[in-house]
Ligand binder design. Structure first.
Ligand code: OAD
Ligand code: ZN
Length: 271
């Protein structure tokens, strides 16, 4: 799809004159990094039941009753995350930060790709897959991509009936209190992270880029609504219909990896 020049120009001007631009992103931003989204056809929730794989209770019973499904899921995660790298959409956002325009990225993604692309202020409301959290004292440990792959590989090479306890036992213990750690990601039913920071970012921004999210998971999906209620202009970029179209001032029906580089290039020309 070709985005009309006038639309690029109009949106680039809104961004260029913004004094506090914030981005809110979802799985769609990483789709061009070959990380499957959740709710698109063929997405993760087409193939796995979120009530089993994405809740702590569901996951432990699934690991006990059908460990092969958990292994298949983890194998898929290993292959996906090992090869995933930031795409032109992520890099365009990093460029906007370098230009002094973008203040923060509030993301539902756990893939670390915004940071890897160069954004320095990233609020990860659903956590980060490369980070471990102590289940005793709450201390957090950021691990490298290589460490993450090694730990998953080690677990996947254990006997086929190993359960979640075996997986957890493969993770390093807390250096402060010696307790077990777990991946620092938010499962359904668990509290989101840094939501006060996200809400403050939303309330204070004057323009919000809403990127590649279906907007159905709360409380994260309330972030653009809070921005709108505080007077921000909303720019929604998504190749399909988004739930935010009713609050959006500007809509671009396109992939973020295509639209963002074009817009950012135009912003640079204007500045
Ligand atoms: P979804 O899978 O619900 O939505 C993905 C969105 O990305 C859809 O609106 C697609 O149209 C759009 N999309 C697809 N390809 C795209 C592309 N190349 N460029 C831009 N957009 C594209 O993912 P999220 O909205 O992120 O939470 O889902 C929110 C939460 O639901 C996730 O953080 C996760 C999930 O369950 C937890 O697990 C707690
Ligand atoms: Zn600890």
């Amino acid at each position: 799809m070709v985005i009309p020049d006038e639309k690029i120009e109009e949106i680039a001007r809104v961004i260029a004159k913004s004094s506090n631009l914030v981005a809110f992103s979802g799985a769609g931003v990483s789709a061009e990094s070959e990380i499957p989204t959740f709710r698109d056809p063929g997405g993760l929730w087409d193939r796995y039941d979120p009530s089993q794989i994405a809740t702590t209770g569901g996951l432990s019973s699934l690991a006990a009753s059908r460990p092969n499904i958990v292994r298949q899921f983890l194998q898929e995660m290993l292959e996906t995350f090992e090869k995933a790298r930031p795409n032109p959409g992520h890099f365009a956002l990093a460029e906007l930060e370098k230009m002094g325009i973008l203040r923060s990225v509030i993301t539902q993604n756990i893939d670390n790709l915004h940071r890897e692309a160069g954004n320095s202020y990233v609020i990860e409301v659903h956590g980060n897959i490369y980070r471990l959290r102590c289940m005793g004292c709450g201390e957090k440990y950021m691990r490298s991509r290589e460490d993450f792959s090694r730990l998953l590989r080690e677990f996947l090479s254990t006997p086929e009936d190993s359960g979640l306890a075996d997986l957890i036992s493969h993770l390093p213990k807390c250096e402060k209190c010696g307790n077990i750690t777990r991946p620092d990601v938010v499962m359904f039913g668990e509290p989101v992270q840094d939501f006060d920071l996200a809400a403050t970012g939303a309330r204070n921004c004057d323009v919000m880029l809403v990127l590649g999210t279906s907007g159905v998971v709360y409380p994260a999906a309330s972030v653009p609504v809070q921005a709108k209620q505080s007077g921000a202009e909303i720019i929604d970029i998504n190749p399909t219909q988004s739930t935010f179209h009713n609050i959006a001032d500007y809509i671009i029906i396109e992939k973020t990896g295509v639209a963002l580089p074009i817009i950012v290039k135009r912003v640079k020309d204007i500045m």
